[in-house]
Design a protein around this ligand. Structure first.
Ligand code: NAP
Ligand code: GDD
Length: 324
């Protein structure tokens, strides 16, 4: 019988990449989605897999819906990718962020514990949990957490609950502590996609300026398609554990902007970029850079797409879309 996987967050960025990866490995994939008046399948369609997923309606903030789903499907693997994932909104919607990102994980873990204890569980943890904390400029599995946003805090709760269910009940639960990863499917609010979309619009004469916040923030950016492979590998390991996943290289928002403009042949980019305080955060995370040696050594995982290739792929995809 084929392996079965339930992916929450199936309509976001990572969900479709992971679904494609698992379908190609022969999995039967179920995708949890919220009820919509008009479902948005664009990201699944972009990868051509909208017909390869069985959709199930449910919501991370509704415990009974999760219990029913786990009880009925009893999947081999659950990948919990669903979240209120935009850091910027988490100050204004801290309660919602906590209900979905923290309590939602507790509900899923309880559903597994009571109704399908052999199901393996992957939690989408994040480098935002490190926040201000680093060791010699890098973050790894031993770095303390010092989250700087309600989003980061909500994910710290989920991280420890995932560890606790492993230690208390012997469940196979694992945290992937992923650093920023991007793609043409990235939501338009996130800075990389906002930049590539904005740069292409300026190039095509559809916009005059691009408004951004803190250009000095540094992130360890990778390609989402590479990072879903790490999720899968963590779930195949002999023992459940927690892993940092990132490239080890870091760049500023300024560098991303400069490279994206260069990609469309604009070198005097400063004249198109304005700084708007609305896009600055009450508390910033200035520098994220992964030391992912544990994943390199124990999982045999390595990122394949470089920073330069990532910017190129994203600019090209926005160019194609906007030229239509
Ligand atoms: P994303 O594009 O924002 O997708 C999140 C998904 O969660 C969306 O499909 C969303 O549904 C769904 N969702 C939100 N609230 C929900 C609820 N109450 N019930 C059910 N589904 C809900 O995020 P992503 O970039 O793919 O990231 C996937 C996960 O990894 C997230 O948990 C994120 O926090 C975490 N993470 C991401 C990164 C990164 O750089 N991308 C790094 C570290 C960790 P709708 O489509 O209905 O809005
Ligand atoms: N969104 C946004 N918009 N960010 C901006 C802007 C802007 O106009 N201008 C500067 N930035 C800076 C932010 O202040 C932040 O330092 C950096 O760009 C990256 O912001 P985002 O792309 O919104 O991502 P993030 O790092 O806050 O969070 C993403 O990565 C986390 C992993 O570290 C999200 O995907 C999270 O869900 C994920 O956990």
């Amino acid at each position: 019988m084929a392996n079965t996987a339930l992916i929450t967050g199936i309509l976001g960025q990572d969900g479709p990449y992971l679904a494609k990866y698992l379908v190609e490995k022969g999995y039967k994939v179920y995708g949890l989605m919220r009820r919509y008046s008009t479902p948005h399948m664009d990201n699944l369609k972009f990868l051509g897999i909208e017909h390869s997923v069985d959709f199930i309606e449910g919501d991370l903030s509704d415990e009974a819906s999760l219990i029913n789903i786990i009880k009925n499907i009893r999947p081999n693997e659950v990948y919990n990718l669903a979240a209120q994932s935009f850091v910027g909104s988490s100050w204004d919607q801290a309660k919602l962020t906590t209900e979905v990102n923290s309590l939602g994980v507790l509900y899923l873990l309880n559903s597994i514990k009571f109704f399908s204890p052999t199901t393996k569980f992957y939690q989408a943890s994040t480098s935002e949990m490190f926040g201000l904390s680093n060791d010699d400029g890098y973050q790894d599995e031993n770095t303390n957490f010092h989250p700087r946003s309600p989003y980061g805090i909500s994910k710290v709760y989920a991280y420890w609950m995932t560890v606790n269910f492993r230690e208390s009940y012997g469940l196979f639960t694992t945290n992937g502590i992923l650093f920023n990863h991007e793609s043409p499917l990235r939501g338009i609010q996130f800075v990389t996609r906002k930049i590539t979309d904005g740069v292409v619009k300026i190039k095509l004469g559809l916009a005059e300026t691009l408004s951004l916040g803190n250009l000095e923030a540094k992130r360890d950016w990778g390609f989402a398609g590479d990072y879903v492979e790490a999720m899968y590998l963590m779930m195949q390991a002999e023992k459940p554990d927690d892993y940092v996943i990132g490239s080890g290289h870091c760049h500023s928002v300024r560098e991303f902007v400069e490279l994206a403009f260069k990609q469309v042949g604009i070198s005097d980019w400063e004249k198109y970029v304005t700084i708007d305080a609305r896009f600055k955060r009450p508390a910033e995370v200035p520098h994220l850079q992964a030391r992912a040696n544990k994943a390199f050594e124990k999982l045999g995982w390595k990122p394949k797409v470089s920073f330069e290739e990532l910017v190129k792929v994203m600019v090209e995809a926005d160019m194609k879309r906007l030229q239509k």
